[in-house]
Design a protein around this ligand. Structure first.
Ligand SMILES: [Zn+2]
Length: 471
């Protein structure tokens, strides 16, 4: 029967990479602090230059880039250095979706297919996609391991230490966040990952009981869930979140009210920015003054949304990402549609790495309401300031009345206090803070769960725009 056994070559993960080489190229903590973290800018630029040219060569092997660049009449060899970067046409998720439609089910933008598993171990995770099938991404060992290192840097910069117990509340499914978190913690921080996942994997009450019983001292999660957890602990279980003794929270704050979350938990809440394709892109140090970009691994440009013209430090625009280490699915000027700015000046921590300001919102989430640009994320920040609300909110945009006037109704969850009083004060705050009048509708606690999915998923829905629906 032995003859029937499958003797095909299996590519083992531990043999798929030269780990000593990789960790010298992309130093994890603590070596990171003596190398990349404080590298002179000219040296950093030279390193980026070398890696960028290698990425261009890799990208030219991939049909998606051959087509995208060919359409712009670009030829291999046109791009000679980083100075030429702005000549390259950017692309967005729409181009990736088109690539998947053209070559289902994985598209032609990665340069690997599942069959390449015969020569290297691959892993599939997806975007968080809220409409249609999620976008698949196959990670080669080089991609996955570098991402874990970048995640490890973030944890260390924010104060995670060996021996810490880190609760991870990101979804444990197809989306990348939870598993990437586990790999970063486990491989490059010395801390212990405790993978409860979102409320759908482990009910929130149970997460709190576990945090208490197992001496969790760090929690990673999206801001809405961190807030939800704290309120469940305090109001449903009678456990003051502060009594759990957390040392820090790791999140992706955007414009959310950092202080409100920190006050609930009695611990600092750190901001970071990552995307599923590239992992950790930028992370705050303990000074909480802008997110240091992992510039040896990615180049960030801030560009005008319409014409991709680069903007000066301090100016807000779309983030364009060029990754410098990827084997599968390199990214060269990927317009992620998130809006931010480069922070001028230097951080007091002494790092030479440039800093990204907070993420102000998604350019494609932006609601144009009677001519005014409104980010739902900014609505959320104003709601979070009001202690009489739980912080949950949902924006419903529609045309009202015979004239079809555009109206945005912001539903907010009441914690305590009079609905009328909350309504009139938020009414005023929205007008001041957003520059446009909205309709405020307070609802009872839990009344928005069906809209936002906050109790079930870690990716929260905030907007329903019905203006283009036929009535
Ligand atoms: Zn710093």
């Amino acid at each position: 029967m032995v003859g029937l056994m499958n003797h095909e070559h299996v590519p083992y993960y531990w043999q798929s990479l030269d780990f000593a080489r990789l960790t010298a190229d992309y130093p994890p903590p603590p070596a990171f602090y003596d190398t990349v973290y404080c590298m002179p800018r000219e040296q950093l630029r030279a390193l980026q230059e070398k890696r960028f040219i290698a990425q261009m060569q890799r990208a030219w092997e991939i049909p998606f880039f051959q087509r995208h660049w060919g359409e712009a009449r670009m030829q291999a060899g046109d791009i000679k250095s980083l100075d030429d970067l702005t000549k390259i046409p950017p692309y967005t998720v729409h181009d990736i979706r088109a690539s998947i439609e053209r070559n289902p089910p994985f598209g032609d933008f990665m340069g690997v297919t599942p069959a390449d598993g015969a020569r290297m171990p691959l892993v599939l995770q997806t975007s968080g996609g809220t409409t249609g099938l999620p976008r698949p991404m196959l990670y080669a060992p080089q991609d996955r391991e570098t991402m874990a290192i970048l995640g490890g840097r973030r944890l260390s910069m924010q104060g995670v230490k060996p021996g810490d117990r880190v609760l991870v509340t990101y979804s444990l499914g197809l989306t990348n966040g939870g598993f990437m978190g586990r790999e970063a913690i486990w491989k490059y921080s010395g801390a212990l990952p405790v993978m409860t996942g979102s409320g759908a994997s482990t009910p929130t009450r149970r997460q709190i009981e576990l945090a208490k019983a197992w001496g969790i001292n760090v929690i990673l999660g999206f801001p809405a869930y961190l807030r939800h957890m704290a309120l469940v602990a305090r109001d449903e279980l009678g456990i003051d979140p502060k009594s759990l003794g957390l040392r820090l929270l790791g999140s992706h704050l955007g414009v959310e009210d950092r202080k409100a979350i920190e006050d609930l938990w009695g611990a600092p809440c750190m901001d970071s920015y990552g995307i599923n394709e590239t992992g950790m892109v930028a992370s705050e140090c303990q000074h909480q003054d802008g997110m240091h970009i992992h510039e040896d691994a990615v180049i960030i440009e801030i560009c005008n949304a319409e014409n991709a013209r680069p903007l000066a430090p301090g100016e807000r625009g779309n983030i364009l990402i060029t990754s410098l280490y990827k084997y599968s699915a390199p990214q060269i000027r990927f317009n992620v549609n998130d809006v931010s700015a480069i922070k001028p000046g230097q951080c007091v921590c002494g790092s030479t790495l440039a800093r990204l300001d907070k993420i102000f919102g998604r350019a494609d989430n932006m609601i144009k309401l009677r001519g005014v640009n409104v980010f739902p994320e900014a609505v959320g920040a104003l709601v979070a300031e009001d202690v009489r609300c739980t912080g949950e909110y949902f924006c419903l945009v529609e045309r009202a009345g015979a004239a079809g006037r555009e109206e945005m109704t912001v539903m907010v969850e009441l914690k305590d206090g009079e609905a009328d009083a909350v309504q009139s004060s938020l009414d005023r705050r929205f007008k001041e803070g957003l520059g446009v009048k909205c309709i405020v509708r307070p609802v009872a606690r839990g009344g928005l769960d069906a809209y936002t999915g906050v109790a079930q998923t870690s990716k929260i829905k905030r907007v329903l725009d019905r203006r283009n629906e036929k009535s």
